[in-house]
Design a protein around this ligand. Structure first.
Ligand code: PXP
Length: 247
């Protein structure tokens, strides 16, 4: 029994498609098809599928999310920036979970956590509408007590702890980041939140992340899609699920 659950982020399947087909009509039907990819992840045992519908639509397209909603048998976790346009789409799609993320047009991928403390007033109406629609919200935050408290005040069901700093450091700095994640996970759990984590988790650093108490779900994308190039997506997901087992 695997206590930790895996949400596979398939944004980079769409990145590969957009590298060839951006701007073509009906490009969501081009290869590689994100729905085919999502179903392969589910067959391999993934517990959910995560996609980020960015304002600039650089990878996932609106039609992808609607097709995923119809096809998934696990659950859909929609990552979104706090914009009115994407909020309306989320309310139409009704994903099980929404992960609220910061979004900056020039970033290569999501950098840094959402500052729920600073942006509380702007986030509160969005959180209220999502909660009223029965969609669980999970801010993507730095592993920090003040961000966790603000997430509780926002009515969050979960938080996703940003593991990017942990993934991008070595030596002492890496150990400090791991300790921050451990502390934040315990604190968030104590405040009644489900604790998820994601960003930069790979087949190596998973050995440290899987031992962090109180984690429920990991959202992993880039490393799995990279591995899939060599072994196929189902095998890549199965390998990650095996690596997530505590030793
Ligand atoms: N979780 C969130 C909120 C993210 O923004 C991302 C990156 O899109 C991930 C998880 C997955 O990160 P990675 O692709 O590095 O595994």
């Amino acid at each position: 029994m695997n206590a930790l659950r895996l949400g596979v982020n398939i944004d980079h399947v769409a990145t590969l498609r957009q590298a060839r087909y951006t701007g073509m009509p009906g490009s969501h039907n081009c290869e590689p098809d994100v729905v085919v990819a999502a179903l392969a992840c589910e067959r391999a045992g993934a517990h959910g599928i995560t996609v980020h519908l960015r304002a600039d639509r650089r990878h996932i397209q609106d039609e992808d999310v609607f097709r995923l909603r119809k096809s998934l048998t696990t659950k859909l976790n929609l990552e979104m920036g706090n914009t009115p346009e994407i909020l309306e789409i989320a309310l139409r799609i009704q994903p099980e979970d929404v992960c609220l993320v910061p979004e900056n047009r020039r970033e290569v991928t999501t950098e840094g956590g959402l500052d729920v403390v600073l942006q509380f007033d702007a986030l509160a109406p969005t959180a209220k509408r999502l909660n009223a629609a029965g969609i669980r919200i999970s801010p993507f935050i730095e592993p920090d007590a003040a961000q966790i408290d603000a997430s509780v005040a926002l009515g969050a069901h979960s938080v996703e702890l940003h593991t990017g700093a942990f993934a991008n450091t070595l030596g002492e700095a890496h150990q400090r980041e791991l300790a921050r994640i451990r502390e934040a996970a315990a604190y968030a759990h104590g405040r009644g939140l489900q604790v998820n984590a994601g960003h930069g988790i790979n087949y190596t650093n998973i050995a440290e992340i899987r031992e962090v108490p109180h984690l429920s779900e990991l959202n992993i994308g880039h490393s799995i899609v990279c591995r899939a190039i060599f072994v196929g997506l189902e095998a890549a997901v199965a390998e990650m699920l095996a690596a997530m087992q505590k030793k």
